[in-house]
Ligand binder design. Structure first.
Ligand code: AMP
Length: 380
């Protein structure tokens, strides 16, 4: 049964980074009260929420008190301790649920679950020690990528192996007792799709994004992605199967590789709005954040229709290297929208904000996004 939490209800959010902030902006504009639970003060979301609780995510008393003080719970990152999720869900509905998070916060569990659902994943093997790594390398071959099973993101906790001779050094460098070895996919493109599902089973999907990374961090997302029709259809069906199979209520992003043969392989899941979906704020009827509000609160899902081609360009802390970026210059492009996350310290590689450019074609939007970003630092 789908339970309705109408505007005016209190939504509790675990995590207070940029995703929590953009969620809170969407929720507040719909008349919700938003409270965040964060582990450090000065979280980007705190600037736009009604209340912030600063405590350790493992502090079960704090988590329980937080859960009791809101009507419904959601999150902006999946790496929350299982005991805390269970404690929270005992008091207040949590979407997505603890079982979804248990699966998606662990690469091995995630890939094994997806494989059992009959979905295409990167070939992989579980690795708990050097001997297992050698056996896995024999089976999968090189090049391959060794990743920690838990707590990895944006390329952290992973190392590429080009020959089996690198096994020893790779295993030492990860410093973990549970890892996953994956075949290195010689992909044509990296894709993602953001989807949503309500408690009553209704499903909505955005178009595919074509994602370009720099140093393992998302740099640009282009939508709609120019991919073969069959690959696009397969991707939607994969995402639908995941949402139903895991019984996800909320928003989820599937990251995939498009192989040179036109096949899609799942790389990983994020059970929440995703960086590649930020362009939905300016380019779609319903943003991924509003969609999360709707799904979590039991409101009907909104239209995912995209008004036209759009490109998102991330703004990392590196842009601040020679001083404050020239914001007015980027705003000189009338079709470019500026989003900043309110982070005080612009560290290198830190996601500080993004630009979304609209265009008549994806190429035009891409040109605008990259030109506007160059202009910020005066190099164009
Ligand atoms: P992840 O944290 O697993 O999303 O990995 C970050 C990035 O590393 C991906 O977006 C890819 O660019 C690259 N990558 C990860 N796994 C693989 C793989 N099995 N084959 C090729 N590239 C990969």
């Amino acid at each position: 049964m789908s339970r309705l939490f109408p505007p005016g209800s209190r939504i509790g959010m675990f995590g207070g980074g940029q995703l929590g902030r953009m969620f809170a902006l969407a929720a507040r504009s719909m008349g919700y009260e938003v409270q965040v639970f964060v582990s450090e003060a000065d979280a980007p979301a705190s600037q736009v929420t009604d209340r912030t609780i600063v405590a350790d995510y493992h502090d079960l008393d704090a988590v329980t008190a937080f859960a009791r003080g809101v009507d419904v719970l959601t999150l902006e990152f999946e790496n929350l301790p299982a005991a805390s999720l269970a404690a929270a869900a005992r008091h207040t509905p949590l979407h997505p649920g603890a079982a979804v998070l248990e699966t998606t916060q662990h690469r091995l569990r995630e890939k094994t679950t997806l494989e059992r659902m009959g979905l295409p994943v990167t070939p992989f093997a579980a690795v708990h020690n050097l001997a297992e790594l050698r056996t896995a390398l024999d089976r999968l071959g090189t090049p391959a990528v060794l990743k920690t099973a838990a707590w990895g993101y944006d390329g952290k906790g992973q190392v590429r192996l080009d020959t089996p001779a690198e096994a020893d050094a790779a295993w030492q460098s990860l410093d973990t007792d549970e890892a996953i070895l994956e075949s290195f996919v010689d992909f044509e493109r990296e894709l993602s799709i953001v989807v949503a599902r309500s408690a009553d089973g209704s499903f909505a999907h955005y178009g595919l994004s074509d994602n370009r990374h720099e140093h393992h961090i998302l740099d640009l997302s282009l939508a709609p992605a120019d991919v073969p029709e069959q690959a696009a259809r397969d991707t939607v069906e994969i995402a639908r199967t995941i949402m139903e199979g895991l019984d996800v209520v909320g928003v989820l992003c599937v990251e995939l590789f498009l192989t040179r043969g036109g096949q899609v392989l799942i790389n990983e899941l994020a059970p929440r709005p995703h960086n590649s979906g930020h362009l939905t704020i300016d380019a779609c009827v319903t943003s991924q954040f509003e969609q999360q509000v709707r799904a979590v609160c039991g409101l009907p899902l909104g239209s995912t229709r995209q008004f036209g081609p759009a490109v998102m360009a991330n703004l990392l802390g590196d842009l601040w290297e020679t001083g404050q970026p020239q914001w007015a210059r980027a705003c000189a492009w009338p079709e470019v929208k500026l989003h900043l996350y309110g982070k005080a310290e612009p560290r290198p590689k830190r996601k500080m904000g993004h630009l979304t450019a609209l265009g008549d074609t994806v190429e035009q939007a891409l040109q605008r996004a990259t030109d506007a970003r160059h202009a910020l630092t005066g190099s164009k």
